[in-house]
Design a protein around this ligand. Structure first.
Ligand SMILES: Nc1ncnc2c1ncn2[C@@H]1O[C@H](COP(=O)(O)OP(=O)(O)OP(=O)(O)O)[C@@H](O)[C@H]1O
Ligand SMILES: [Mg+2]
Length: 459
């Protein structure tokens, strides 16, 4: 797929899902931030993602983190994939440091109604829409359910941040803004306004989140601004917003974009990236999901595949653990889950949501003996292989209950393997991974050699 609308894998723990980005826990000191191709406009996530947008946003933030290190330390550790950064975990300061160079957007709307004080900053009378402020201003908001404008004094009084830390944040925000403005100006872009976030690492404020991306900043093309300052639009979203506004129906914006608008938006994001960084982007990816898979693998953040052991009851644990050992010996991720088809089968879709669209290959081993409804319920809903390995007390138990594993309704492709070791090996083979195939081939060769040797000895 050319799109990364979502990163799905059972191997990483998702700790946050925003409108556009997803965060995963790596260890207590690190997280992964994944910029997806989702796009939001008028505060709404559209149903049509924009191919390449996530890569542009994440790679651009990485670029800026490198360029601004001399001003302030930041959380960035490594680019894992164009869409993904590994960052240090910080204790986030719940304040958005908004810096504005121009009177526009929500500030302009307030100003037009007579408002002159923004987060404690008084701005001059007589300004017009999109006019630059005499000096850039910092207008912080709190980060809560709905962000709230707040003065630095109140931020400290309400306990959002310590006074000395806030002073550093404000000074740094202005320095960053000046740096970004100058850098972009040389490339024909006006940095209109932007937002920074800070967090504490070892008690010191560092820059976190993202920096100078089209999602955290407003960019105007200097050329457009000179032509018509009052009607200039954001370089990245102009196109999308114009389409949405032109197709508003019954007071509602559309929630999808037609292919030609998506294509043009991709093109615009890519152009912004190239304009800012001076680097040429490789042609759009054919299979982003696969690239992400290989990059996560390369950095040791995931194993090449997974096998999920789904048990009908916790009493099946011993049976599952025998197989789990084999799976792990082959370097494959495994997880143990309990869900009963008969008792809480409603949880099956939720369980499969993490498997069906995962970036890595996976398989399920269903473990339920007497009246096995689990394998069937899983197989009917799973997009990955399901293998029944029912546990039996003895041969009689097996003869009585085996049919419930063997006889499946139509379109319920569960296979059944009785021996636990064989079931684990069948699941591993079903992953069809090149690394595992090579290893199995070696094992097959060895087995043949041993048989040949045994035969020779006895002849
Ligand atoms: N290094 C870090 N350590 C801890 N938290 C971080 C770090 N970097 C970013 N964050 C936090 O992670 C979250 C990223 O969220 P994201 O921007 O994806 O969604 P959101 O801010 O909740 O919502 P929205 O989609 O509206 O922006 C933010 O709350 C941000 O403060
Ligand atoms: Mg955010």
């Amino acid at each position: 797929m050319t799109i990364l609308a979502n990163l799905v894998t059972p191997q990483l723990e998702k700790i946050h899902s925003g409108k556009v980005r997803e965060s995963f826990r790596i260890d207590p000191l690190h997280r992964l931030i994944v910029a997806t191709d989702r796009i939001s406009s008028f505060d709404n996530v559209l149903k049509t993602p924009v191919p390449g947008k996530g890569a542009v946003l994440n790679s651009l933030a990485a670029f800026w983190f490198g360029k601004t290190k001399h001003i302030i330390d930041n959380h960035f550790v490594k680019l894992i994939d164009p869409n993904i950064s590994l960052v240090r975990e910080a204790q986030p300061i719940k304040v958005e440091m908004i810096v504005r160079g121009y009177l526009t957007g929500s500030a302009w709307r307030g100003y037009a109604k007579g408002k002159r004080v923004f987060s404690g900053v008084t701005v001059p009378d007589g300004m017009s829409k999109n006019q630059p402020f005499p000096e850039p201003i910092v207008t912080p908001t709190t980060k809560e359910e709905s962000d709230r404008e707040i003065s630095p004094k109140e931020l400290v009084e309400e306990g959002w941040v310590q006074a000395d830390i806030y002073e550093q944040m404000e000074a740094v925000s202005l320095k960053l803004f000046a740096f970004g403005s100058q850098f972009l100006k040389e490339r024909g872009i006006i940095l209109v306004d932007t937002k920074f976030e800070f967090g504490l690492i070892d008690g010191k404020p560092v820059l976190i989140d993202e920096i100078f991306t089209p999602d955290s900043s407003r960019f105007w093309a200097a050329e457009d601004y000179e032509k018509d300052a009052q009607n200039v639009e954001q370089m990245d979203k102009e196109f999308v917003r114009a389409y949405l506004m032109a197709h508003k129906k019954d007071g509602q914006y559309p929630d999808t974009l037609p292919p030609e608008i998506v294509k043009e938006t991709t093109h615009r994001y890519r152009k912004i990236y190239e304009l800012i960084t001076g680097e040429t982007l490789p042609p759009p990816e054919e299979d982003v999901q696969h690239r992400v898979y290989l990059n996560l693998l390369k950095h040791g953040l995931i194993k090449p595949g997974f096998v999920a052991f789904v048990m009908g009851s916790p009493s099946d644990l011993e049976h599952a653990k025998k197989m789990q050992k084999t799976v792990e010996d082959y370097g494959i991720y495994s997880e143990l889950r309990v869900v009963s088809a008969h008792k809480n089968g409603e949880r099956i879709p939720e369980l499969l949501a993490n498997y069906n669209l995962s970036i890595e290959p996976g398989a399920i081993i269903a473990i339920a003996g007497r009246s096995n409804g689990l394998g069937g319920a899983l197989a009917a809903n799973a997009a990955i292989p399901v293998i029944n390995c029912p546990p039996f007390k003895d041969k009689i138990d097996m003869m009585v209950n085996l049919n419930s594993s063997l006889m499946m309704p139509s379109n319920t492709p569960a296979a059944t393997v009785i021996d636990p070791k064989n079931a684990a090996l069948a699941a591993l083979r079903s992953l069809n991974l090149p690394w595992l195939r090579a290893r199995f081939q070696e094992e097959i060769d060895r087995m043949k050699e041993e048989l040949r040797h045994a035969d020779e000895q006895l002849r």
